[in-house]
Design a protein around this ligand. Structure first.
Ligand code: UDP
Ligand code: MG
Length: 138
């Protein structure tokens, strides 16, 4: 059964002109784009999106970074989408990411790590609903 995951191409990757190459890897890996938008989120929106991390030492830095420039947000569909997409993006720290993963190729640091991927089916739905209405999904 097909499933969805949610992704963001983060501000560092947008600034570095990696939208095209990252989308190409996502397409090559067999994900269908169900919804997509290019937008800049506010600090308040970033704080809400990452609220599960509110007690972590990197929370404030993460909010500043995620609201520092535009992002590409998307819903992706594929069998086993969440797990397969986490494999495609690689470890949170690009230094630990496998060769060929998006973070290995396009990220420089654990903080500014190029791309987001949902960590569970439940969170994929919550995150997709945070960004997209039903009218924006195809
Ligand atoms: N992050 C950070 N320092 C850390 C861990 C995470 O700046 O030590 C940032 C990084 O941008 C990461 C995001 O916070 O992608 C969310 O962290 P999480 O542990 O959920 O990693 P992910 O699921 O994105 O791999
Ligand atoms: Mg996470």
């Amino acid at each position: 059964m097909s499933n969805i995951t949610f992704t963001m191409i983060k501000p560092d990757a947008v600034r570095n002109n990696y939208i095209g190459p990252i989308l190409a890897k996502i397409n090559q890996a067999g994900f269908k784009i169900v919804a997509m938008k290019f937008l800049k989120i506010t600090k308040e929106q970033a704080a809400q999106f990452y609220i599960v991390h509110k007690d972590r030492p990197f929370y404030n830095e993460l909010i500043e970074y995620m609201s520092s420039g535009p992002i590409v947000a998307a819903i992706l569909e594929k069998e086993n989408a969440v797990e397969d997409f986490r494999k495609l993006i690689g470890a949170t720290d690009p230094a630990k990411a496998e060769p060929g993963t998006i973070r290995k190729e396009f990220a420089k640091s654990i903080a500014e790590n190029a791309i987001h991927g949902s960590d569970s089916n439940e969170n994929a739905i919550i995150e997709a609903n945070f960004f997209f209405s039903q009218l924006e999904r195809f």
